[in-house]
Design a binder for this molecule. Structure first.
Ligand code: ATP
Length: 361
């Protein structure tokens, strides 16, 4: 199956100032979002932030309280009109796949192709089986398939009617951890080959960063930031985004024209996003990830702080260190030698990239 041609300049899905409340509960508030043709965008955020409600409004399972939703330049929901799910060309892959247990793989995939001639249906099913690499499983029953294979059948079934937009609700939550990582790569490959515009929902930051073209981080019913994975990870616009996308510590610093002065000493590093209050001694909180800081055991008199917690994560240890300045930071230490909570340590800023910062609260 050849990659379908997508036009990255064309907006396929548009949410314009969309809100949804359930009585006093505001689930989604003034949310605007554009998704381009063939793009895979992930809604990422903590439980209750409004991801599922957003997905359900796109599917037509919920009616927005306010705002407008368009698909392929047609308004499908606004103050005066509302298209039902079956009147929208939207496919959904549910968390539990929802395959029909009494139908074969081929029959499951053909299920939504009611308007097609029999011969065309058979051809389309074969094409999709090839797309998801299950051609030899045509006549199997869902119960004879592994979790990953069932997911590929669910994907094929929802792609069969050529939806304008495909929605994926926590697509990997039913898979064990190892298979999850494998299927991320597989699902992304299938979606890209199909050329479909897709929105996925997850609370797993690693999954969002690894499969998406763009990630929209949600908080409290709104989008906190949207951008490509590297952009949102390396340049988070808020502490919330920084902390949600991985282990984040904040180092208080005074900024002068050529250095930042911190509890660890003065460093010559660049800060992201232009000048900080004209560098006239402004106080900021600088974002540091564990690999930006290196901890080393030392004696009491040279220490920058002491270890409060040690976390083993396979390839390395991450130490939580309370600095004499009062900041609490997470640091790496890659060497074999380990040290214990309570032990004094020296901490070095070893970041070799521009650092994000936030005004001191
Ligand atoms: P999760 O990751 O836990 O699924 P989510 O980000 O998908 O969370 P939503 O399910 O969209 O969040 O819920 C957003 C908010 O709206 C929550 O506070 C939730 O309690 C509320 N909510 C969702 N559906 C309803 C409903 N049918 N009636 C009342 N409140 C609802």
């Amino acid at each position: 199956v050849d990659a379908a041609v997508a036009n990255p300049n064309r907006t396929v899905l548009e949410l314009d100032d969309v809100s949804k409340d359930y009585g006093h509960e505001v689930a989604v508030e003034n949310l605007s979002l554009d998704v381009k043709d063939g793009e895979l965008l992930t809604l990422l955020g903590p439980s209750g932030c409004g991801k599922t409600t957003t997905l359900r409004m796109i599917a037509g399972l919920e009616r927005p309280s306010d705002g407008q939703i368009s698909i392929a330049d047609e308004v499908i929901a606004d103050g005066s009109s509302f298209r039902k799910p079956e009147e929208r060309n939207v496919g959904i892959v549910f968390q539990d796949y929802a395959l029909f247990p009494h139908l074969t793989v081929a029959e499951n995939i053909a299920f939504g192709l009611t308007e097609m001639e029999e011969v065309a249906v058979a051809e389309r099913v074969d094409e999709l089986l090839e797309l998801v690499d299950l051609s030899t499983h045509h006549d199997k029953m869902p119960s004879q398939l592994s979790g990953g294979q069932q997911q590929r059948v669910a994907l094929a079934r929802s792609l069969a009617p050529e939806p304008d937009v495909l929605l994926l609700d926590e697509p990997f939550s039913n898979l064990d951890v190892r298979l999850r990582v494998e299927m991320r790569e597989e699902v992304r490959k299938i979606l890209k080959r199909a050329g479909v515009t897709a929105i996925s929902v997850t609370h797993d930051q690693e999954e969002a960063l690894s499969i998406s073209d763009r990630v929209a981080i949600m908080n409290d019913g709104t989008i906190a930031q949207v951008g490509d994975p590297a952009e949102v990870f390396e340049n988070p616009e808020s502490r919330f985004v920084a902390s949600f996308l991985g282990q984040a510590s904040f180092l208080s610093a005074r900024v002068t024209s050529d250095v930042i002065e911190t509890g660890l000493g003065s460093f010559n590093v660049e800060l992201l996003n232009g000048p900080v209050e004209a560098y006239n001694g402004a106080m900021v909180d600088v974002l540091v990830r564990p690999d930006d800081l290196q901890a080393m055991p030392t004696n009491e008199s040279k220490a920058d702080g002491y270890v409060v917690h040690r976390q083993y994560n396979g390839p390395s240890f991450v130490y939580r260190v309370e600095l004499h300045s009062g900041d609490v930071v997470h640091c790496m230490h890659n060497h074999v030698e380990t040290f214990e909570p309570g032990q004094p340590v020296e901490v070095d800023l070893v970041a070799d990239h521009d650092l994000a910062w936030y005004p001191t609260e």
